[in-house]
Design a binder for this molecule. Structure first.
Ligand SMILES: CC(=O)SCCNC(=O)CCNC(=O)[C@H](O)C(C)(C)COP(=O)(O)OP(=O)(O)OC[C@H]1O[C@@H](n2cnc3c(N)ncnc32)[C@H](O)[C@@H]1OP(=O)(O)O
Ligand SMILES: O=C([O-])CC(=O)C(=O)O
Length: 382
């Protein structure tokens, strides 16, 4: 008599599976809310600097004035990229994606760190600050070299967001633009067990080092189903060109069963908690930069998608045109996401290390049954 083995339930893409606990952030799709260490992300975006949020993610509490002063001093002191790192960046092909540059830069930082394998929380926090501090210098230098411009050195008297904008454009833009940019960094900083964070936790779970984990996370974020969507959104908007064509374009995409980038989310099925705040930031940028055309296109795409499918925009939808209007080249959008999410990734790397279990799920084998190799074995000559 044949015995049938039960096929286990497969949770494709780990959808709906709770794999661990975390004290870093909480996503509640039912109420469209997101908190970092208990604080609503909208409140953090309205009242805090990105540096305060980074400190919060790493330390569990917002900093006191004295703690912030010390943290800021450390971050500002670590902004300079050494000559060999900058020269490595200039050697990479100009037509490679800037995410490849960022991934390579993090790898380099690991290779040159004599304490790469010190995975204590204190060592990892110090490494996280250094990565956060130097990444904008790399991203800005790469952005400029693609425009045929020399890099601009970081300034230690400017805040994180202002300094990055200055290194990219040679000036600090209007305060409203700086604020909108900083809001985007705060909203991008952390989002529980998303694909890139999970990739970082998987690598950490093998007791590998923080640089390897961040490198893996960058690879995961690059994909258009994750962070790469902010670039895809703007490519789509440019392809549409005229708001009057947006409805027809979107319906055509849906009819062809294509994904519309910047819409949908694995966890939020009724809207992304961060979108209203980022939409406002986008409107603020558009008001200062003659961006009305993109606002009209945004509204038509959102309305048409909602009417046709009920699917709502995710955070990458407003950040795409907001970054475009701020003057960034499109391929730098996802590296900017890295500059922010490095804080969330490293907080998770530290948390995973503090309560580690090797992450190694099971699979259900569906290939051919066991068979003999003998038919292919060489005939013995002796
Ligand atoms: C910061 C971030 O990473 S936010 C996410 C950024 N990514 C994007 O914007 C890419 C576009 N969006 C998507 O591909 C998806 O919505 C994802 C990958 C983000 C989440 O998807 P999942 O939870 O895996 O849902 P899935 O992709 O299976 O979609 C469910 C259904 O909605 C449809 N759907 C979901 N998103 C979209 C979309 N953006 N455009 C068109 N249809 C969509 C799917 O085609 C599918 O339809 P079906 O059931 O008829 O096959
Ligand atoms: O949570 C996710 O799956 C994707 C996302 O929005 C993020 O990483 O910010």
């Amino acid at each position: 008599m044949m015995t049938e083995t039960a096929i286990p339930t497969i949770y494709k893409g780990l959808a709906g599976v709770v794999v661990d606990t975390t004290a870093i952030s909480k996503v509640v799709p039912e109420t469209n809310s997101l908190t970092y260490r208990g604080y609503a992300v909208q409140d953090l975006a309205a009242h805090c600097s990105f540096e305060q949020v980074a400190y919060l993610l790493w330390n569990g509490e917002l900093p006191t004035d004295a703690q912030l002063a010390l943290f800021t001093q450390r971050e500002r002191a670590a902004r300079r990229a050494d000559r060999s790192l900058l020269s490595l960046v200039t050697k990479l092909p100009e037509n490679c994606h800037p995410m490849d540059v960022v991934r390579t830069a993090i790898s380099y930082l690991g290779a040159e760190d004599p304490e790469e394998d010190d995975n204590t929380p204190a060592a990892n926090r110090a490494k996280a600050v250094r990565m956060m501090a130097v990444l904008p210098t790399i991203v800005a230098a790469d952005h400029r070299r693609r425009r045929g411009l020399d890099p601009i050195a970081p300034h230690s008297h400017l805040g994180f967001a202002e300094n990055f904008l200055h290194m990219c454009f040679g000036e600090v833009p209007a305060p409203e633009l700086v604020k909108a940019f900083e809001v985007s960094l705060i909203l991008y900083a952390e989002h529980s067990f998303n694909a890139s964070t999970f990739a970082a936790r998987v690598v950490t779970s093998t007791l590998s080092d923080i640089y390897s984990a961040v490198t893996a996370a960058i690879g995961a974020l690059k994909g258009p189903l994750h962070g790469g969507a902010n670039e895809a959104v703007m490519h789509h908007m440019l392809e549409i060109g005229d708001p009057a064509l947006a409805e027809q374009w979107l319906l055509g995409k849906l009819a062809a069963k294509h994904k519309v980038m910047g819409f949908g989310h694995r966890v939020y099925k009724n809207g992304d908690s961060r979108v209203p705040t980022m939409k406002q930031a986008f409107l603020d940028v558009a008001a200062r930069t003659d961006g009305d055309k993109w606002v009209r296109m945004y509204d038509i795409l959102e309305k048409t998608m909602n009417e046709a499918t009920g699917i709502k925009p995710n955070l990458d939808f407003p950040t795409g045109p907001a970054y475009y209007l701020m003057g960034f080249d499109i391929e730098v959008f996802t590296p900017i996401f890295v500059m922010s999410r490095i804080t969330g990734w490293t907080a998770h790397i530290i948390e995973q290390g503090e309560s580690n279990a090797l992450i190694r799920p099971l699979s259900e084998y569906t290939g051919v049954g066991q068979r003999s190799v003998m038919r292919f074995a060489p005939v013995s000559t002796c």
